[in-house]
Ligand binder design. Sequence first.
Ligand code: SF4
Ligand code: SF4
Length: 618
Amino acid sequence: MEPLVRIENTSCSKCYSCIRSCPVKAIQINQSDGYPLIITPRCIGCGICITACGRKAITYRSSVEEAKSLFTSNEKILALLSPSISVEFEDVTDYRKFATMLRALGITYACELSFGVDVIAYKYQLLFSDFKGRYYITSTDPVVVSYIEKYHPNLISNLAPLVSPMIAGARIARQIYGHDVKVVYIGPDIAKKDEALLYDDDRRVDIALTFSELRALFRHFNIDETSLEYSDFDPPLSYKGALYPLTNGLIQAADMDENLLTTHVVSIEGTGRMIETVREFEQNIKFVHRHVHVTSGNSLTGPGFSKPTQRLLSEYLVIKYANKRLQRFFRLEWYQQLQRFLDLDYSRTFRNDDQRIPDPPQEKVDEILNILQKNDDTAENCRECGYRTCREFATDVAKGLTSPELCISHALKNTINNSETIRQLNEKLAQTRKQLKETEENAKLQKEAFTQMSELTDAMLDRLRAGVVFVDNKLKIIKANVSFSKILGEEAEEINAVIPGLVNADLNKLFPSNLVNLFSFVLSDGEVIENRDIKIGDNLLNISIFPIVNGKVAGGILRDMRAPEVQRSEVINRISEVIDRNLEMVQKIGFLLGEGATDIERMLNSIIEFYKGEQKQK
Ligand code: SF4
Ligand code: SF4
């Protein structure tokens, strides 16, 4: 069986109005998705959450489809109609039209609940007058019964051990119309749907429909009063039971003493007042000295009405309807019926369905109050959370029944703090963005400068007659100039035309191993190799290799010794070297011989001058 009340998340705006309004804290925030979640075992079926939800996201278990199949079957069907029809169907001009509309639906017997009220009212009169020291709370309203079973199980023995008028009405109807008749209750209170499930004998109610559902069925079967004739309700006829929806309707129906100076019964209506009254009844059980007739008030304002009702107007309509019914009241007939059915068994028992959660330690509650920035002196007790005091709220937070976010002032403070944090974060973000922009601009300028520099360097390198190459530690070329390709020959020049600078070319494939080894040596040892002559094929190269970034990058300068300009400068360099190296020795020989050395020097210098002169002419 699906739960009595459910929430449709797709329609929910997470306003938590339902959580605040639930009088027994049966709705919690689902921590996984933030939607409200009804804890069904805690629910007492009061329907307050349904009215509280402006988004109509909370619905009750529908019996419409079940009713459609029953109404189109061959079963004998009996309707038990709550006297609250006068509030819901104000638009129907005469209640006798209404009885015909029910028959048009497929209902065989249209009966009023009011006779069941008359019988149960009489039973209450007997119970209260046969006082044996125990004061009772009436059990006519399933919301009240459920509240006591779940939250005040100690009072179960104070619940009047009598079935409700609906169950009494079903039992009486089967006495009159047969045990196989299907009973359909029609009223404004959704908790009747769960109460109907309690019995499977003659007391059973097969379907409990709300007025909204009845209207939906009228629409479905295209039934309205305009084409229908009058017909009266089926027996048993009732007396003052038609006043049942009113606060003291049961007491009036029982003809009990209502004189405030002498009465032993008080009547209380409304779920909130019901809860306070039951609490107080338990606390002051020794001093109350009253039976309490207490109801949720749903007979006048329940969620089963198709539209919101107004308390005073509803009361007036009920009284008007009761008076109208009493115009056709035959006391003797009624009294005989009452006598006939008084002896049926209307007793019932209750079950202990304790849903109370033990109170948490006070330190824990104080800790939560501290988080909420409240203590008993400063607490606002604003009641916006649905609790009477901040301490009660904190206690239920500690029990896990509610969440700190439901404290409006706490949530507001958090919002203000969050706003300040967000403001600061936004400021930081703006600063970071500004810095980032500046950094980007700097990087752009640096990149441009680098590109210019790189282009300049490339141009300079390409103008050099000597071949220049830079390699990485994997002996891949990072960059080589045009002269380097020229020195290596045609094949290298062709590659350079496609991949300028021979970028990424493997040195192993361009040079013999002895030359490659020199680069590896410089990369690994960081030593400089200067002016090493190496023969490659027919070429004689003069090579210098030096580290640029230790262990990572090395550079090499290659000169083709066959090139005339190199030849000349080399001859000059090398002759100068010979002169320098031999000068000392020649001076020593000259010292020994006394002459001749200057002639050798003069001769070699003349060779140098000759080459220099030729170079200038070129
Ligand atoms: S009152 Fe309705 S919309 Fe608001 S949280 Fe509850 S179910 Fe959602
Ligand atoms: S029906 Fe009543 S008890 Fe149940 S969840 Fe809604 S408000 Fe709470």
